[in-house]
Design a protein around this ligand. Structure first.
Ligand code: ADP
Ligand code: MG
Length: 654
């Protein structure tokens, strides 16, 4: 087996050059490194500052690629691995310990230690158990929930060692691990590394301090990018260290998608980041909030208006027209409508139904209940004209009208007022003025949404009977209501009636009112208002989206080193992408929810103020989806930026 014969790490002629392109002079930092390290060795790489130690460590840990030379890991050429495979190798083989600890400031000690296991797809409860056990073993059992800022330097370094061990840490790469520590903490850390080496971990310690280096089994000296001394090469550790942990097997390389546990983790840490920046986040979200709220209100108003228009259309009919007497524009006496006019209009081919109307408030009485109400006298066509069914009984007939029959049909509210206690008002006598009328029917309720609920308060009597019994003083119809034969003929009917009456009266002493057109016009006004609100919503969402992008770009900048740490511990590019996209989406989910809430409150306020409006669940879902979509759209660029960061550069950033 190749893995058994080949050294764990084998570098041949490794060179690393910086610069060269873009004006910067080219510098060669590593100048042909040949180096073999076996499993279980405890190696110190020592050299003065600037000699290329960190550069070498980044190459060893697969955070960086060499400019020339080959790197075989357990016999496999690392140059052939893609970014995801390198992430796997970092995750499974290496554990990094840095001089500056590089802990994630917003997460607790335990959560910091859990990070590598997150990317390895370990289930949450195992992750937690293992992190706790490692921290306890390193003497931090009491500090599990402390943030890095609440720990001393030595404690932070122990947390980072626990993190390096989380996925096994077969190879510990420690770059100046004691550099920032006082001597006693430094000694503790060194003791820990010795222990780990004895337990079979391969430890590669980088230091500028010869005394520290002397604690390793093998000391390699580096100067100006070349190895100038090696105390123990070649060293067969497997003979002296039977506990040596083997290299991870490339055959076991698998795709850890992370699944739901990872998604939950993304949201949890995103939530924390959002809370830490709550003021900034809240300001950013204003656009989203306003956008979502206005989408909801806008659609509710649109829907309410549409509903009302439709109800009005249904109740008045989309073909209804009115004819009034009027004063001519050129002055002179008011016009009068005659029954002769009515008959002539009814004969027009464009006109379908017609009724003359006389209506006035009169005293109406039944028993002790008396009230002044509108008494509407029309012919038998009224229910047809208004598409208005009866709730009980029947409407009067043309015959009854001709015979001056004293019969009355009640509106819904009139029935309730006069016959509250009666199961059946039919056959009862209602006194209108001084004349008794027999109740023969009750109209169906028009209701508030019809926009014509005033009809519910009225009573209806035949036109001729009304003329004969209560409206003796009124000789001619006050106005007429008629319908066009089809909706397409409404305008033609209006024109025909106008022409006819001009011919009959010789002057324009009347007015034709097109109710359908009015309703249409009102609907159009509302429509344009809805469109304006829609524009506001769109602009707000856009502004909100740009805000989200801005805040996310800021976050990525602020947390560049965290991204480097996550990559060093085995995060793939798509893990980073997912994390920042998750943050953007979470932020917009919160903004979207606030928007829905404010939309509901505003809408309820408008509703109470009498604006017809209907909330719809689908509108809310749509608005919400828009917000989240905005987050995805505008969060993508920053997340992509984060994912594309070079791990070495990210780690080096401050
Ligand atoms: P050490 O860790 O031994 O102190 P480094 O490996 O960090 O040394 O750096 C070695 C040399 O490489 C230094 O002279 C440094 O300036 C240079 N160097 C490191 N990183 C870069 C980089 N990204 N671009 C240019 N020069 C670099
Ligand atoms: Mg260094």
């Amino acid at each position: 087996m190749v893995g058994d014969i080949a050294p764990l790490i084998e570098l041949r002629g490794i060179r690393r050059r910086y610069g060269g392109e873009g004006g910067a002079p080219e510098v060669e930092v590593l100048r042909g490194i040949d180096l073999s390290i076996d499993a279980g060795e405890f190696v110190a790489i020592v050299g003065s500052s600037g000699s290329g130690k960190s550069t070498l460590m980044n190459l060893l840990g697969c955070l960086d690629r060499p400019s020339a030379g080959s790197y075989h890991f357990a016999g496999r050429d690392v140059a052939g691995l893609d970014a995801d495979q390198l992430a796997w190798l970092r995750r499974e083989a290496f554990g990094f310990v840095f001089q500056g600890y590089h802990l994630i400031a917003t997460e607790s000690a335990r959560e910091n230690v859990e990070v590598p296991a997150l990317y390895a797809g370990m289930p949450a409860h195992l992750r937690r158990e293992r992190a706790d056990a490692l921290l306890a073993r390193l003497g931090l059992g009491e500090r599990l929930d402390h943030r890095p800022g609440q720990l001393s330097g030595g404690q932070q370094q122990r947390v980072s060692i626990a993190r390096a061990l989380m996925n096994g840490g077969r190879i510990i790469l420690a770059d100046e691990p004691t550099g920032a520590l006082d001597s006693s903490s430094g000694q503790e850390v060194m003791a820990l590394l010795r222990e780990l080496a004895a337990a079979g971990h391969t430890v590669i310690l980088i230091t500028h301090d010869r005394e520290v280096a002397a604690q390793a089994q093998r000391v390699i000296e580096i100067r100006d990018g070349s190895i100038i001394g090696d105390s123990g090469a070649p060293f067969d550790a497997r003979k002296s260290n039977p506990a040596a942990l083997p290299a991870p097997r490339f055959e076991d390389m698998s795709e850890h998608a992370g699944g739901w546990s990872a998604a939950g983790e993304v949201l949890r840490s995103a939530w924390r980041v959002m809370l830490l920046n709550r003021f900034r986040t809240a300001l950013t979200l204003l656009g989203i909030v306003i956008g979502v709220a206005s989408v909801i209100v806008m659609l509710a108003i649109g829907l309410g208006t549409k509903q009302r228009v439709m109800a009005q259309m249904a109740s008045m009919g989309a073909t209804t027209l009115y004819l009034y007497a009027a004063q001519p524009p050129e002055g002179g006496p008011w016009g009068e409508l005659s029954l002769g006019d009515m008959e002539a209009i009814e004969r027009l081919p464009e006109v379908d139904l017609l009724t003359p109307v006389i209506g006035n408030p009169l005293m109406v009485q039944y028993g002790n209940a008396a009230r002044e109400i509108y008494v509407y006298s029309s012919n038998e066509q009224l229910p047809g004209i208004h598409h208005w069914p009866l709730a009980s009984g029947r409407f009067f007939t043309a015959g009854e009208d001709r015979e001056l029959a004293p019969v009355v049909v009640l509106g819904h509210k009139a029935r309730q007022f006069f016959f509250r206690d009666e199961a059946n008002p039919l056959g009862k006598q209602l006194l209108i003025g001084d004349a008794p009328f027999e109740v023969i029917g009750v109209m169906a309720e028009k209701g508030k949404e019809s926009g014509a609920d005033y009809y519910d308060e009225m009573v209806f009597i035949p036109y001729d009977a009304g003329r004969a019994r209560v409206y003796q003083d009124i000789l001619e119809p006050e106005y007429a209501t008629f319908t066009a034969r089809t909706t397409a003929q409404v305008q033609a009917a209006e024109d025909a009636v106008t022409e006819l009456l001009l011919a009959r009266h010789g002057r324009e002493d009347f007015q034709v009112d097109n109710a359908a057109a009015k309703v249409q016009a009102e609907a159009e006004t509302q429509d344009s208002m809805t469109r304006m609100l829609g524009l506001i919503a769109a602009v707000s969402l856009l502004v909100g989206g740009i805000g989200v992008m801005n805040v996310m770009l800021m976050t990525v900048r602020e947390r560049t080193r965290e991204i480097g740490v996550r990559m060093a511990t085995g995060a793939r590019q798509r893990d980073i992408l997912r994390q920042f996209l998750g943050e953007a989406v979470l932020v917009t989910i919160v903004g979207g929810s606030a928007g829905v809430l404010i939309g509901l409150v505003t809408g309820t306020g408008l509703l109470l103020a009498g604006v017809p409006l209907i909330f719809s669940l689908s509108a809310m879902l749509l608005a919400f989806a828009c917000a989240v979509g905005t987050g995805l759209l505008f969060g993508y660029l920053p997340a992509k930026t984060a994912a594309a960061l070079d791990p070495v550069a990210a780690l080096a950033s401050e």
